[in-house]
Design a protein. Structure first.
Length: 279
């Protein structure tokens, strides 16, 4: 995987159609605005006019009257609907797509080949697999490039995700591992943070203090590894005094199977992604 985030392209004239600004499409729209897309160049459409208006006003963008209107002048058409809707939507847009537009699907389990088959021949199609922490600029995005995507279009996609956190090129085979290691991993981390916070409360801390301490420690540990390049085992050994509190806790962690539980969760997510992919 190569991190090719550039952020050097001027996005002020780039026009985006965002069809499906929900839990994932919304943050994708937000990160594109953060990267430099002008709000008046981001056309949003959901399943009803009211929903389109609501999503557009949350983003400070424009609500399009219809899917056809949203894509009419778009440079990039983002498909943020549910996976089962993607191919019908792509087929519906066939006649409205402007020449030179890139179609970017966020859907899990729908391959580039399936998407390309539903679109007019030669359409530039790509996939992005984001996670929700992109909404605070600390997410991860895996980009998959279809054969018809030109170099300039590929650079444009990277520029659009330049404020998302990290954006890497992956293959469609790697997307299953990517979902385990990033796409779904954020939810596993939320669950672990919840468990740690609950236990800190049980140990006697007030919930707001418990939450602040746990979140700061998780953030600090990740930042320390990222900034130092230190192996996690070295960092862990560095705080393990003989017979001390941390080694006792680490031993309990291993006895309870936390390491294998985390591995099983990641493997289950990757397996589910493989099972969803039929193409
Ligand atoms: N959630 C994640 O963490 C995540 C991560 C990576 C990838 N994805 C992918 O992102 C995609 C969306 O998932 P999600 O979790 O964001 O789902 P979601 O919250 O249900 O959002 C789906 C959006 O599509 C809109 N929509 C439905 N039918 C439409 C239509 N006919 N025309 C225009 N808009 C329509 C919905 O609008 P209304 O609200 O008006 O119905 C809603 O805004 C999926 O393909 C999923 O695989 C999700």
């Amino acid at each position: 995987m190569t991190d090719t985030s550039t952020g050097t392209i001027d996005l002020s004239a780039v026009r985006i159609a965002l069809i499906g600004a929900g839990n994932m499409g919304g943050p994708v729209g937000r990160t594109m605005l953060d990267a430099g897309v002008r709000p008046e160049n981001l056309q949003v459409v959901n399943s009803s006019p009211e929903s389109s208006e609501r999503a557009a006003s949350e983003l400070g963008a424009i609500a399009a009257a219809s899917r056809a209107e949203a894509v009419r002048d778009a440079d990039v058409v983002v498909l943020g609907v549910k996976p089962y809707q993607i191919l019908d939507l792509a087929a519906e847009l066939r006649d409205d797509l402007p020449e030179g537009a890139v179609v970017l699907s966020l859907a899990a389990g729908i391959t580039l080949a399936q998407l390309e088959e539903a679109l007019p021949p030669g359409t530039a199609a790509a996939r992005a697999m984001p996670n929700t922490p992109i909404s605070v600029g600390e997410g991860a995005v895996g980009l998959m490039r279809g054969d018809a995507v030109a170099d300039a279009q590929h650079e444009l996609l990277h520029a659009l995700f330049s404020r998302a956190g990290v954006a890497v090129d992956i293959t469609e085979e790697q997307v299953h591992a990517f979902i385990g290691a990033a796409g779904s991993l954020s939810a596993f981390v939320f669950a672990i943070i919840e468990a740690m916070t609950d236990e800190a409360v049980r140990l006697g801390l007030k919930r707001d203090l418990a939450a602040a301490l746990v979140q700061q420690t998780v953030r600090g540990a990740a930042t320390m590894l990222a900034e130092s390049g230190m192996h996690p085992a070295v960092a862990k050994n560095g705080v393990s005094s003989p017979g001390g509190t941390t080694v006792q806790g680490l031993a309990a962690l291993e006895r309870e199977g936390v390491r294998s539980g985390v591995a099983a969760a990641m493997a289950a997510a990757a397996d589910a992604s493989r099972a969803m992919t039929k193409g």
